[in-house]
Write a new protein. Structure first.
Length: 165
């Protein structure tokens, strides 16, 4: 799939959530495989693990901490970069809507009321549009948080499968 079509596909919030669900599923399948392979290795090692076994067992802990740390940092960065600007935009739209509402309420003539009500409706539509973008922000935060965990799980599944063969 080309980068452009992937970008266009991910512009739709529903497709963003679907993409996140697919990545989560892939990560869960890989994690299950890794857990199975490492559990078998621990069971085979028993009370006398080899140096390679000990290194693998230590790697497990380090990888989990690294992936969790990267995930948290990625989510905070994404939240910071998108949430504040979107929240600011929504607040500005809301304030404009409130101003337009009171302007409409203070109309003296029917023509003035009609013009001001049109301005109010347009402002309300922009406010709703800004608020509807929050779902896109949420999925981007979740997707950024999943990336390091997904990468660790899928690479471990491939690496451990190669070791077993």
């Amino acid at each position: 799939m080309s980068s452009l079509s992937s970008t266009a596909r991910l512009a739709n919030p529903l497709m963003q959530w679907l993409d996140l669900a697919l990545k989560t599923n892939e990560m869960l399948l890989s994690s299950g495989s890794v857990i199975r392979m490492r559990t078998e290795r621990i069971a085979k090692a028993g009370l006398t693990p080899s140096a390679a076994d000990l290194a693998e067992f230590q790697l497990m802990g380090h990888e989990k901490l690294a992936a969790a740390s990267e995930s948290g940092i990625a989510m905070v960065k994404q939240w910071h970069s998108s949430h504040f600007s979107l929240a600011n935009k929504a607040l500005q739209q809301w304030l404009q809507g409130t101003t337009a509402f009171f302007s409409m309420a203070g109309s003296v003539t029917p023509a003035q009321a009609a013009a001001r009500s049109d301005a109010f409706v347009q402002t309300a539509a922009r406010t709703a549009s800004a608020a509807s973008q929050f779902t896109g922000v949420a999925v981007r935060i979740a997707r950024e948080g999943l990336k390091p965990i997904h990468a660790a799980a899928t690479s471990n599944a491939r690496r451990l499968a190669e070791l077993q063969s």
